[in-house]
Write a protein that binds this ligand. Structure first.
Ligand SMILES: [Zn+2]
Ligand SMILES: [Zn+2]
Length: 328
């Protein structure tokens, strides 16, 4: 490894910084460029609003670069499906071979940009309604490059704000004062977003949701419902464990001293507890959304163990709920 920096590398890095400016990050080790990182967008002139996809390119320079290939990694793909990623990756491999002995970063950026420009439409589904994006759909790209039908995102944000408000009102006054203000977040990555809900909600519903055949409860679906309901009942009875014949401890932990006390004084009551819970389930208590996010949707049974975003918080920790330590 020579300490004198290869001129080809110095020139390339200088050019990258001059052309891409703030859009490229050069990480150096002892003043020697080591990692080059840039987010690649499709070519849309200066119209950033029309860029629906992007990907982060990371090039780690090897000591003998450019006579040896650098290590190239693609990260944070947005709006790109696996097939396109595979295509881009294999094109990159070929390009690295073709360009051995000469700087390759600009070539890589160009190669990726061409692919993105050709596929500058979100692929995959709207994660809210699970329908795809078709001609005529009105959709939005968030700041984090996730895509949703405008109609769906509006409903999601409205529901999110309502939920926040409901949870806030349950808190004592002094906690309400200290609670962080409501912040819209992306349903995929939870990055903060700022969307005009009033504009979004004027968008028509997804085209596919309108043209889809009416829902029909087939025998197959009914069987699946029964299977899922049984799994859910087992999950609830075991305190949140999904699976058949689980023997391990429940994944929810005890969070309050009183709960521990109950546990200690009722050390052998787990069977009784399960019986009590099973009974509660059998009573067909009102259903909320799923417990622990693992439940089957639409199951007619079960009171959720917990339905908020604060994972790790255990409602069973509150004494007196759900018959913990109930009569034997
Ligand atoms: Zn949607
Ligand atoms: Zn996002």
């Amino acid at each position: 490894m020579s300490t004198a920096l290869d001129e080809r590398v110095t020139d390339e890095v200088e050019a990258l910084e001059a052309i891409l400016m703030d859009d490229v990050v050069i990480k150096r080790v002892n003043d020697v460029p080591n990692i080059i990182e840039t987010v690649v967008h499709p070519s849309t002139g200066d119209d950033v609003d029309q860029q629906f996809v992007c990907i982060t390119l990371e090039v780690k320079l090897t000591p003998d670069y450019p006579d040896c290939s650098p290590e190239v990694t693609l990260r944070n793909p947005r709006g790109l499906d696996d097939q396109l990623l595979t295509t881009i990756n294999s094109q990159i491999k070929q390009k690295l071979l073709d360009c051995l002995g000469q700087p390759v970063v600009f070539e890589l950026i160009e190669l990726i940009r061409e692919n993105l420009t050709e596929s500058n439409l979100p692929s995959g589904q709207c994660v809210i309604c699970l329908y795809g994006f078709v001609d005529g759909d009105v959709f939005i790209k968030t700041q984090c490059y996730h895509h949703f039908h405008s109609h769906c995102l509006a409903n999601h944000l409205i529901a999110g704000k309502k939920y926040y408000q409901e949870e806030l009102e349950k808190l004592p006054n002094w906690q309400q004062m200290q609670a962080p203000p409501y912040q819209q977040t992306c349903p995929v990555c939870r990055c903060p977003v700022s969307c005009d809900v009033d504009v979004l909600k004027n968008a028509p519903p997804p085209v596919d949701s309108v043209t889809a055949p009416p829902f029909c409860l087939t025998a197959e679906l009914k069987a699946l419902q029964l299977k899922m309901a049984a799994l859910l009942a087992q999950q609830v009875a075991k305190g949140g464990v999904v699976g058949v014949g689980d023997t391990g401890p429940p994944p929810l932990t005890i969070t309050s001293p009183s709960d521990q006390d109950n546990e200690a004084t009722n050390g052998s009551s787990s069977v009784a507890q399960e019986g009590a819970k099973a009974e509660a389930i059998g009573n067909g208590r009102p259903n909320g959304s799923g417990s622990n996010d693992n439940s089957s949707p639409g199951s007619p049974h079960s009171r959720p163990v917990y339905r908020g975003p604060y994972r790790g918080f255990n409602r069973r920790g509150k004494p007196g709920r759900r018959g913990r330590g109930g009569p034997r």
